[in-house]
Design a protein around this ligand. Structure first.
Ligand code: PEP
Ligand code: MG
Length: 328
């Protein structure tokens, strides 16, 4: 398996028409870090900080959080890491937080989770902010908030970080050289109001796992809905196109960090829509780099535009045929 990772490690993902695509990996544990050099990925596009919380018997203390984040940054070296603040609650419930949940959510995915929980348990976000700011002292800190639905949620979360930063500066503590803020775009409503926070964003990462379940009202974990939960459905693709259009020409990096980006046809669709940053599972880095190198992005862009204007009955079959005809 390691040989398979290594094969394309040093190969840069340039498309046939010379466009550079960023291929990053999703991670969540210290043990994931060797994957960065094994795959030759461009960085960690999504570091799921809740993993530490999920594997702990009690709320991880600040020093343990700081140590993890520092180890991760050190292991990443010059490559960027995007830390996502905790996405717990809902179905990722923690025994040591459960007592504070007033009731079991009936629809956990749409429940009291992620930033919703973190903003109300202000101490939790404050501790995490402090741990991240300390860990990234002297470097760039990239921080991303999950499940943002409305601009005020982003502003409130950012304010928690900014006030911790002000506190550290006042104490003359070493702080990050820069703090870059971003959001996960996974609640559809946010797409309608992105312009209101875009000036304060450095990046947007589309979480297609959640976004798809919300757009299609199809539980991502329900096997009975597996066929309906389709990343290549024209509705999903048109929605993603609107987001790429809304951010085009803006000073904000747009990427996708859902599992979709690690699948061949789905990645092809995303590239055709103009997405140039994918954060994917490490095992998919080689195959996706390979795909990028086989594609002419202008050509797939034109093909996508046609399929979205006039969706074929089976877009998956059509795309597969298109690829096969080109030896991809
Ligand atoms: C997503 O929703 O697409 C995502 C990347 O986050 P998670 O899978 O952790 O919900
Ligand atoms: Mg998500």
């Amino acid at each position: 398996k390691q040989a398979a990772y290594a094969k394309l490690r040093d190969v840069e993902p340039f498309s046939r028409d010379g466009q550079r695509v960023e291929v990053m990996i999703n991670a969540g544990l210290r043990d994931d870090m060797p994957m960065l050099s094994l795959t030759g990925a461009d960085g960690i596009g999504l570091f799921r900080t809740e993993f530490q919380f999920l594997v702990s018997a009690a709320l991880p203390r600040r020093d343990r959080q700081t140590r993890l984040y520092r180890d991760v940054l050190e292991a990443a070296g010059d490559k960027p890491v995007i830390f996502r603040t905790v996405d717990i609650g809902g179905d990722k419930s923690l025994p040591y937080l459960r007592s504070e949940t007033s009731r079991e959510d009936e629809n956990p995915a749409m429940g009291w989770r992620a930033l919703r929980l973190a903003l109300e348990r202000a101490g939790l976000l404050k501790v995490q902010a402090r741990a991240l700011l300390d860990a990234a002292a002297g470097r760039t800190l990239n921080v991303m908030f999950p499940m943002v639905a409305e601009p005020w949620e982003f502003d409130a979360a950012r304010e928690v970080f900014e006030s911790q930063l002000a506190f550290l500066k006042q104490r003359r503590r070493k702080v990050p050289e820069a703090v870059h803020y971003g959001v996960m775009l996974e609640v559809p409503a946010l797409a309608e109001v992105l312009d209101l926070i875009m000036p304060r964003l450095s990046f947007i990462s589309i979480g297609t796992n959640d976004l798809t379940q919300f757009l299609l009202a199809a539980d991502r974990a329900n096997p009975k809905l597996a066929e309906r939960y389709d990343w290549l459905s024209p509705a999903i693709l048109r929605f993603l196109r609107r987001v790429t259009e809304a951010t085009a020409g803006e000073n904000v990096a747009l990427g996708v960090c859902g599992e979709m980006g690690g699948r061949r046809l789905e990645a092809m669709a995303l590239l055709g829509l103009g997405i140039r940053r994918l954060s994917i599972t490490p095992a998919a880095v080689g195959p996706i780099k390979n795909l990028v190198r086989q594609l002419d992005l202008v050509e797939i862009g034109a093909a996508m535009a046609g399929w979205l204007a006039n969706p074929p009955a089976d877009i998956r079959a059509t795309m597969l045929q298109w690829a096969t005809e080109r030896g991809i």
